[in-house]
Every structure is written in C-alpha cells, then in structure tokens.
Design a protein around this ligand. Structure first.
Ligand code: ATP
Length: 362
C-alpha cells in the first residue's frame, strides 16, 4: 500500500479553476474522505490522482514516486465509480477475475484469488450468477471485488454508493469500513454526504470552490471547524450563526447580540470587522423558561426524532435550532429563553469566514 501526496495541485478548464493549490498527505493505509458540495472539485482531484486527468500545475507522489504525468495504467491505483461498469454478459466470478485475466495470471491463481475476494465481500453464493440480474448492492460489491483483486497500491472511490437506496447505502457504508480494516488499503473516498464521510473517514478533507478548507479527523472537524463553511457543512441540523454587530477585541469574554450579553470563550486575537458571527451547535443551547433578562425567542416548530427533538425558535436575530431531550415540553408559539453553552461557542469573522482565535479555537 502507499502514501499519496499532492503538492500545490491546480487544475484549470479554460479560465475556470476547478482545483486550486491542493496540498494533501494521505498516509499509508488511511481512509481519507473528500467531502464537499456538488461542483467543488472532488472528482477532478480524484481523477488527477488516478491519472485520468493531468494537472495544470503541481505534483502528485505515490509512495515518493512522482507520478504526476504517468498514465492511469502506470500508477497501480484502482478506481471505483458510482456507475459500476460491469460486463453484463459475464458472471460474477468472471467479472471479478477479469483484471487478472488481462494481466495473464494463471487460471488456478485467478480462481483462488477470486474465492478469497468473494469471501471478503460475501459474494461466494452468487459467483455463478449473471451480474445483470443482481441488486445494486451486490453489483457494487462485484465492482469493489474487481478493484480489490488487483491488490493495487491505493483505492480511489467516487461516490461509489450514490446509486444505492438509503438502506443499502447504510449497510455498504459499514461493510466498506470493515473491508478497509481488513485489507488496510490507502483509500480516497469522494462524497457530498457528510454522514457517509463522518461514518467512514479516518480523516475528512472538506472542499469548497476548488480548495481544501480543512483536513482533520471527524471529531475535530465537528468540534473545531476553522471556517464557517466547514462549520455549516458538518452537522445536522447545521450550526447556528448569530450576527454580532461590533468588532471583538482581544481578551473579550462576552459579546452583545441584540442587546443581550452572551458569554464566550476568551478571544485570543482581535477581530476588527464590524460584523462577526457567533456559532453554536443545536445541542449546545438549552431552552429555559421565558424571562426578560435573557436571550428571548418564540417557538416556531418542534420535530420529534425518537429520544431527541429539534425545536426551532424565532429570535430577533433569526431562526435558531435547538436539539433537546424529548422530556422538555414546549408548544409552538411558546415564549422561551435560550441559554448557550459558552464553552462550546465559536466566533467567526465575516470578512473571510475564518474562526476567530480563542480559548476554544487556537
Ligand atoms: P460532483 O459531486 O457534482 O461530481 P465535484 O465536486 O466532483 O462535483 P468536479 O466534477 O470535480 O466537482 O467539477 C468541478 C468543476 O469543474 C465543476 O464546475 C465542473 O463543471 C468543472 N469541470 C469538471 N470537468 C470539466 C471539464 N472536463 N471541462 C470543463 N469543466 C469541467
């Protein structure tokens, strides 16, 4: 298996920059997820690493070898797409074994490696079946089998579960993670689905407009997002952002929002713009009885989610989502107060959307 490094990787299509200055180090055996909205450059990044697209500038290293301008077939990397291109006239066994056949591997060796892969992917019972009659989940397992059997240095997967229904996707998510643990292969996995990313990634690189905004493990991304875009993209419901119409000096420990003082983690670097944002996740807000000296709001909606519920509260500075226990009784139109868990608050600068350095974010 292999370490993958991209250095100042750029890709332009005419005047349009699809990938901008990407620097990534994906460690040997790591499961790395590229996450971001549609069109942010995930597939283009993956295609350059695969050798299906050449960069406009920058370099790609595979196990220290500069492979930037090597063709895909010279890189020893397997690519799995959303639309799995299997050979419909062949059965499962022949589809999985096909890459070895093209490499002229001996028939007995192919047979034993197909069996090994089929066992790993729970395909033993359908080896003789035609792929055209298989379910989406089984077809995707066959596509994975065909990638695995080559024992490549790395796997690149582009939304491989995108065509499956929700139930299968969840199942395949945990199977893929288990498979990764078993074969310990360096994997880059592209998705726009934060749940998939959080469930599978050792680390996640969040992309927007061609750039990697932050690459970190799932918990760090969730708890210490470095930009508003990352904070907004990770977590459901998303983080709440409340406007602060003043600059924030160094050493500051509270801010005024709509005339109400809110305690914050101590600020370590001033933000001199006149508009900043207070970011707080729905589970870090408590709903308390209405009173005149707190942050007030009126309940707009209540969604029940099993043991938890999401309460939407209209405030003078916008709608706020609160995740609370089901024991809390509130009705639509109730007047309530909101209490923020000050230790979990993150402040953002409106100029560049970056998190302001504080006790919480260094
Ligand atoms: P999606 O999840 O929708 O596939 P993505 O994040 O993978 O999105 P890319 O497919 O990498 O995004 O595309 C990034 C941008 O580059 C898009 O705006 C796309 O239209 C553009 N693009 C990609 N390939 C080409 C091409 N061959 N020629 C021109 N523009 C392209």
């Amino acid at each position: 298996m292999a370490e993958i490094i991209t250095k100042n990787l750029n890709k332009k299509f005419g005047d349009f920059t699809a990938v901008s200055n990407t620097n990534l180090t994906i460690e040997d055996g790591e499961f790395f997820v590229l996450l971001g909205p549609s069109g942010c450059g995930k597939t283009t990044t993956l295609r350059m690493i695969a050798g299906l697209e050449f960069p406009t500038s920058g370099n790609i290293f595979l196990d220290s070898q500069d492979v930037t301008f090597l063709r895909a077939s010279q890189r020893d990397i397997a690519f799995v797409f959303q639309l799995f291109a299997l050979y419909p006239h062949m059965n499962v066994e022949k589809n999985i074994g096909y890459p070895l056949k093209t490499q002229r591997v001996a028939r007995s060796e192919i047979k034993s490696r197909v069996r090994e892969v089929a066992k790993l992917l729970h395909l033993e019972n359908i080896l003789r079946s035609k792929v055209s009659g298989l379910s989406g989940g089984d077809r995707q397992r066959v596509a994975l089998g065909r990638a695995i059997i080559r024992r490549p240095k790395a796997f690149l997967m582009d939304e491989p579960l995108g065509a499956l229904d929700a139930e299968f996707r969840e199942l395949m998510c945990s199977e893929l993670k288990k498979l990764h643990t078993n074969i310990d292969a360096t994997t880059i996995y592209v998705t726009h689905d934060q749940n998939e990313a959080m469930a599978m990634g050792d680390r996640i690189g969040v992309m927007d407009k061609g750039a990697i905004l932050q690459a970190d493990d799932p918990l760090t991304l969730y708890n210490k997002p470095r930009t508003m875009v990352v904070a907004d993209f990770i977590g459901s419901p998303a983080m709440n952002f409340l406007p602060i119409h003043s600059s924030i000096p160094k050493g500051c420990k509270s801010v005024l929002i709509n005339g109400c003082s809110v305690e914050i983690p101590e600020i370590h670097a001033a933000s001199n713009t006149d508009l900043n944002y207070l970011g707080v996740r729905p589970e870090n807000i408590e709903i308390t009885a209405a009173s005149y000296d707190g942050f007030q709001g009126k309940v707009y909606g209540v969604e029940y989610l099993g043991v938890r519920k999401i309460i939407t509260v209209d405030t003078a500075v916008g709608r706020v989502k609160v995740r609370s226990s089901n024991n809390l009784v509130v009705q639509i139109n109730d007047n309530v107060n909101l209490k923020f868990n000050s230790k979990r608050i993150i402040l953002f600068n409106s100029d560049d959307g970056n998190a302001i350095k504080s006790e919480r974010i260094t």
